[in-house]
Write a protein that binds this ligand. Structure first.
Ligand SMILES: CC(C)(COP(=O)(O)OP(=O)(O)OC[C@H]1O[C@@H](n2cnc3c(N)ncnc32)[C@H](O)[C@@H]1OP(=O)(O)O)[C@@H](O)C(=O)NCCC(=O)NCCS
Length: 199
């Protein structure tokens, strides 16, 4: 059964002070989670880190509670492209549209900055994530063999996926800048800061 979406949610950039709460979600979500140090390095590197929060109800007689972290994205800006490094939703709050909302947020942020393509790697066995990305409009662009660590010292392939964010923004109803050629091809980029193939 799908969880009820919280009545009030808000998006804001993640900060070092959010990392303890974030790590409780991260370690529940991956066999090979990012370390706290990976996140600190990613903040220092200027990666875009966005959190989606559930605002706690307030009212007469209620102690105000801090918002709870539901989901987050970490993305690295490149030349005309964005690399999605981490998208994670709290295990108790999945199938409520939070991942889709965070992807919408990235698209709406990226296109006005002339970032046309979103790239990502996903474990070949990660059915939920692959379905999410396919449903969202990503297409498969290649395979990286043995990219991820796996149990018993084996390796697992990554599927490389890309999204034409201009097309997606148009679907979302956003306005495209007029001077963007529509037939540009993106190029895959490497990145620094986080060890290759974690998660
Ligand atoms: C993959 C993940 C991010 C999806 O987050 P989510 O908030 O549950 O996804 P959404 O609710 O926005 O789902 C949007 C669509 O994606 C697809 N989808 C998402 N989870 C799915 C699942 N478990 N099975 C099948 N389809 C799924 C569906 O099409 C869904 O639309 P619908 O609910 O209307 O059918 C979440 O399961 C997660 O955090 N997993 C662990 C971390 C991870 O694997 N991250 C991705 C690394 S590349």
């Amino acid at each position: 059964m799908k969880p009820d979406a919280p009545a009030l949610t808000l998006l804001r950039p993640l900060q070092v002070g959010d990392l303890d709460e974030l790590m409780t979600i991260e370690v529940r979500s991956y066999p090979f989670p990012w370390s706290r140090g990976n996140f600190v390095d990613s903040l220092s590197s200027g990666y875009r880190a966005q959190g989606l929060w559930a605002a706690a109800p307030t009212g007469v007689g209620l102690e105000p509670e801090p918002p709870a972290l539901l989901a987050y994205t970490w993305a690295m800006e490149g030349v005309e492209e964005l690399h999605l490094l981490n998208l994670t939703v709290h295990p108790d709050h999945r199938r409520a549209g939070h991942a889709r909302r965070l992807l919408d947020d990235l698209v709406a942020w990226a296109v006005p900055r002339a970032l046309w393509w979103m790239w990502l790697e996903v474990r070949a066995s990660n059915e939920a994530a692959r379905r999410l990305y396919e449903a969202y409009g990503f297409e498969e662009a290649g395979l990286r063999r043995g990219y991820y660590p796996n149990v018993r010292s084996t390796r697992e392939d990554a599927v490389l996926m890309r999204l034409d964010m201009r097309s997606r923004l148009a679907v979302l109803g956003g306005r495209l800048p007029d001077d963007i050629p529509q037939d540009e091809a993106g190029a895959s980029a490497g990145w620094a800061g986080v060890a290759e193939g974690e998660q």
